[in-house]
Structure formats: C-alpha cells, structure tokens
Design a binder for this molecule. Structure first.
Ligand code: ARG
Ligand code: ZN
Length: 472
C-alpha cells in the first residue's frame, strides 16, 4: 500500500473513517421491488418473511381497520433500510423491540429505517401498528378492497394485501399466518386455514384463524360480514368450513349447492394431483358484485355472480384445483401465470368428463375450432402473456389446450404421472413455466420444447392438436 503525506486535517478525516465498522459502510437499502419484470414495485428486496401475525379490529359500519402486524423475517443482505408494501396509516414500527423510523414512498411503499443497520442473516421481529379505512386507499388509481353492505373483503390478484396488512407482496416470499380479527358481535370473520378460537367481550367477537403452511400474500384473505357458516368433513377426512353471506338473495341455493360439494371435489382432485396439502378446505361467498372468484388458500372466494345461472361446480373445481396449481406450487414470477390458470382450467375439463358433460378432448376440439385464426385469442402467449393479459381467457383456454396437446403427445400414463408428480416435487415452493417444460421432458423422456413453444409462446393459431396417441 502506498503511503502519502497528508495534511493533518486529511489524516484526521481518514482515521475517522477507519473508526466506522467496515460492515456498516457496505449496508445498502433493500430494493423497493423484488425483481418481477411484470410488476417492478411489487415485493421488496433484502429480507424474507416466514410468518405474519395479524391482530386487528374491524368496524363494518365505518370500514375502519386497525391493529398490529408482527412479521417474523430474516435479512438476506446487509441492510440500511427496507420496504414493506402497504397503504394504511402507520403510527409505529419496531424492529427487534426498538422503534424504527418510517416513511411512505411510491404507490404503496413503506420505507423502514432501523436505528442501526442490519447485518445479513439477522432474524427480525417487525411490529407495525396501523389504522385506516381501506376503501379510501388507492394505488395506481385503483382499489381492490371490497366493501360490502355488512363488511369488508380482501381478495385480489395479483394485489390484495396492501389494503389490510403490510407485507413483502410477491408470491416468491411465502409465509405462514395467524390472523385474529375482532368484529362487532353478530358479524363473522373468515380467513384461511383453521378457526383456532372465537371469544366475545364488550360487544366484540374475536375470530382467530391459522394458516400453517406457506402461503403467498395474495392468497391471504380477509372476510368480515354476516355469514352463515357450515362445517363438515370430506369422505377422506378433510375438515370443511364454508361461509355464505346471509344476503345472497336468489343465488343462495345455487351457491350452496355448488360450494357444499367442496369436500367431495377436493377428494376427487386429490386422485389426480396427490394428497390435499392443507388442514381444512372450504369456500366463502360475500355479498359483493365482482365477476371473478379467487383461490385464496384453503378457502376460495366466490362472487355471487358465479352462481347467477344456477349451480356451478366447475368454478369450485377451478378454485380448488388452484390449491395445488398456484397455492402449493406458486409462480416464481407473474409471467408464470400459466402454471396456475392453464391447469385449473384443465381440471374443469376433467370434471366435465367426470360429470358426463363432455370429455377434455371434446372441449379442446371445441375451443380450438371456435377460435378463428384472426381471433385475438391466438395473439396472447400464455407462457408469457404480459401483465396486461395476465388473466386473458387465452391464458386459461389456450393454456389448457397446451395440456391436451401434451397429453396426446406423451400419452395418459406419463401425463397423469406429471400431474401428480409436479405438486409433490415443488410442494410449498415456487416454479416457472421453464421448470414445468423440463419436468415434463424428464418424466416423459420426450423432447417437448417444440410442443410448448407452439402452444404457449407463439402469437398465432397452431395446427390442429395432435390426434390421441395409440397408447391411450
Ligand atoms: N385466479 C383467479 C381465477 O382464475 C383470477 C383472478 C383475477 N383477478 C382479478 N382481479 N380479476 O380464479
Ligand atoms: Zn384461476
């Protein structure tokens, strides 16, 4: 090392710098996004959450939500500060017991600065106290909170968490949950997993739910309202908990006639996809008016409109198939949405066959024939549809056509081996479309890159699906 003659002042400055621990100088802020090209600001860098403990109070009359979120996490780099994704008003943040400073930035960022920088691999207990009126909070000009006449519901994809708890909001950081919410007596609160306890005091009832297997943030659900709750057990022994708004009007019968079959459908799906991975199953229907359903873990959300024309077991099959395809094995990035929607759609085709309403091949032939070559349907590439087309019908229907093409190419034995083996291989984790292609090639022993390129990645109508192979 070269020595230089320095002015006394410069020397003093140099030794001051040496007094700063070398590690502190290398600490940097965690990234404000986890690195998903579809949604650059979603999730955050620098830490990994293992558990969310949410202890809240909700008043339906005013839509006021308040309480405390305690996150157990671990740093994955040296950190000077880090972000959570959140929209409500924060009054205090503590990190490992010590008050931390915080500020908001961007559309939904809560920037948290600890008193002292955090070294890589430090266990964190992050306590966030907050309150707010979720229905008044927007990001990117929209609000995914569903306020109902008698309550409030969080069920959105890819974003839903921002309106009710601070999180690392991306499916690549899964965690377990305890969600305990006080609502006025006479109102129910429904969430994921198992109802551990209920207790009443001074006009408020607390419902404490536990989801004890890794769960993506968008699959955590909040449902306060006046519900009729039914419980049962599937034939294979899975506890079933369903909740129906008391105000479903004339869809009440059709909703129940469909969702009450959740246990039977879960047992049926497990014959294809392997053992059901969670401790309870069910569904809930608030009195909302969204057009979609959502595979919130263990307890999908359904919209009354799903049952407008009568019973709809197909939508129940779709959301429960997601328990394996999307929930147990989650996308690595949102571009991998075919891993969720293509397979949940294909499960509906299998159910149709089971119900005697048309085989998967017949439905595939119909979908293929009914979409003309110039239909925008064929412009969407299910294997990487872009954020604007994440939930385009092509991701679902063209995505399921890809699976019928795969089935015809490799035969039923290999195909159904894959449908059962994949959830086991990536259980409680994440995987990509590329991982699936490699897995299918491995199981079938056939090169499949061309087939998947044709069905998932070309912006044009492929030639007719291959005829069913002789092995079937
Ligand atoms: N995963 C849902 C389903 O197919 C779709 C949710 C669409 N999200 C939305 N905000 N429209 O069941
Ligand atoms: Zn779906």
């Amino acid at each position: 090392m070269h020595r230089r003659i320095m002015a006394p002042g410069a020397l003093a400055a140099a030794s001051l710098m040496l007094a700063i621990p070398a590690s502190a100088a290398s600490h940097s802020p965690g990234a404000p996004g986890i690195g998903d090209p579809y949604y650059p600001a979603y999730g955050n860098g620098g830490y990994d959450v293992s558990h969310y403990d949410l202890r809240l109070k909700y008043q339906p009359a005013t839509d006021e939500l308040e309480g405390t979120a305690t996150l157990l996490a671990k740093t994955t780099q040296d950190l000077s500060r880090f972000n959570l994704d959140f929209l409500l008003d924060v009054s205090e943040v503590r990190i490992n017991g010590a008050k931390a400073s915080f500020a908001t930035s961007g559309e939904h960022e809560l920037e948290i600065t600890p008193k002292k920088p955090l070294a890589k691999d430090t266990p964190l207990t992050v306590v966030v106290r907050y309150r707010g009126v979720p229905s008044t909070k927007e990001a990117y000009g929209f609000n995914a909170w569903l306020r109902t006449p008698d309550g409030g519901v969080a069920a959105g994809e890819p974003e839903g968490a921002w309106w009710w708890f601070p999180s690392n909001d991306h499916p690549s950081d899964k965690a377990t949950y305890d969600v305990s919410v006080q609502v006025p007596d006479g109102t129910q609160f429904v969430s994921n997993g198992t109802l551990q306890s209920t207790s009443s005091r001074a006009g408020w009832t607390r419902y404490s739910w536990r989801s004890n297997k890794p769960q993506a943030t968008y699959l955590a659900t909040f449902a306060a309202g006046k519900f009729d709750v039914t419980t049962g057990t599937s034939e294979s022994g899975i506890p079933v908990i369903n909740a129906y708004s008391k105000d479903l009007g004339d869809v009440a019968g059709a909703a129940r006639a469909s969702i009450e079959r959740s246990g039977e459908i879960t047992d049926w799906l497990s014959e294809y996809f392997g053992p059901y991975p969670y401790s309870t199953v069910g569904g809930y229907v608030p009195n909302t008016t969204t057009g979609y359903a959502l595979e919130t873990q263990t307890r999908p959300y359904y919209s009354p409109s799903n049952f407008a024309n009568g019973s709809n077991t197909s939508v129940v099959v779709h959301e429960l198939a997601h328990q394996w395809w999307g929930d147990l094995v989650s996308v690595k990035g949102w571009k991998d949405i075919w891993i969720n929607e293509g397979f949940a759609r294909y499960a509906q085709w299998l159910w149709s066959e089971h119900e005697g309403e048309g085989t998967a091949q017949e439905i595939a032939d119909y979908v293929y024939a009914s979409r003309a070559a110039d239909d925008a349907f064929w412009k969407v590439r299910p294997g990487d549809p872009g954020p604007e087309n994440q939930f385009h019908i092509a991701v679902y229907d063209r995505g399921a056509l890809a699976l019928q093409a795969l089935r015809n190419e490799i035969g039923d034995d290999a195909f159904f081996t894959i449908l059962k083996g994949w959830p086991a291989k990536y259980a409680y984790g994440n995987a990509s479309v590329g991982d699936f292609v490699r897995y299918a090639e491995g199981v079938s022993g056939k090169p499949l890159a061309g087939l998947f390129d044709t069905w998932l990645f070309q912006a044009s109508k492929p030639g007719a699906p291959a005829a069913r192979s002789a092995s079937i």
